[in-house]
Design a protein around this ligand. Structure first.
Ligand code: FES
Ligand code: FES
Length: 155
């Protein structure tokens, strides 16, 4: 085991982990941040997406020991004081959430896109979210949600 320091959602955290521990497991099991989901474990579904220094990454493929000097954002860090910020609010309003399993990863991928490209086209949104799978919505409402969030954040 080794003790590592992580900065997650603006808080310094210290955890003892195996050197081979993946970030998704440390977030969920050691830090109780279970909004980050685990499904394929192989970088194929996007359920485990978090932001590392603003970039959307698959936390099932990232060793926790590799992210020590970075700012990690999980879905728990996206809303403030129990109020939904524009991206998750737009998902809720547009019907982009059904079972919700993909939603944390989708929201974080959308946030990474909007930070880099505040006015994406529909095609750019579809490309940016292509690494996040959803079995419920058919994607159209998710794309609508990201376009609505872009309009909201532009105001
Ligand atoms: S659980 Fe990480 S990509 Fe599927
Ligand atoms: S809302 Fe169910 S997997 Fe996307």
């Amino acid at each position: 085991m080794q003790t590592i320091r992580l900065r997650v959602n603006g808080r310094e955290r210290r955890v003892s982990v195996e050197p081979t521990a993946f970030l998704v497991d440390v977030l969920r099991n050691d830090l109780a941040l279970t909004g980050t989901k685990y499904a394929c474990g192989m970088g194929e579904c996007g359920a485990c997406t978090v932001l590392v220094d603003g970039e959307a990454i698959y936390s099932c493929l990232m060793l926790a020991s590799e992210v020590g000097d970075t700012e990690i954002t999980t879905i728990e860090g996206v809303s403030r004081d129990d109020e939904l910020t524009p991206v998750p609010a737009a998902f809720a309003e547009a019907g982009g959430v059904q079972c919700g399993f993909c939603t944390p990863g989708m929201v974080l991928s959308a946030k990474a896109l909007l930070a880099e490209n505040p006015h994406p086209t529909e095609e750019e949104i579809r490309v940016a979210l292509s690494g996040n799978l959803c079995r419920c919505t058919g994607y159209t409402r998710i794309v609508d949600a990201v376009m609505a969030a872009a309009r909201e954040e532009a105001q």
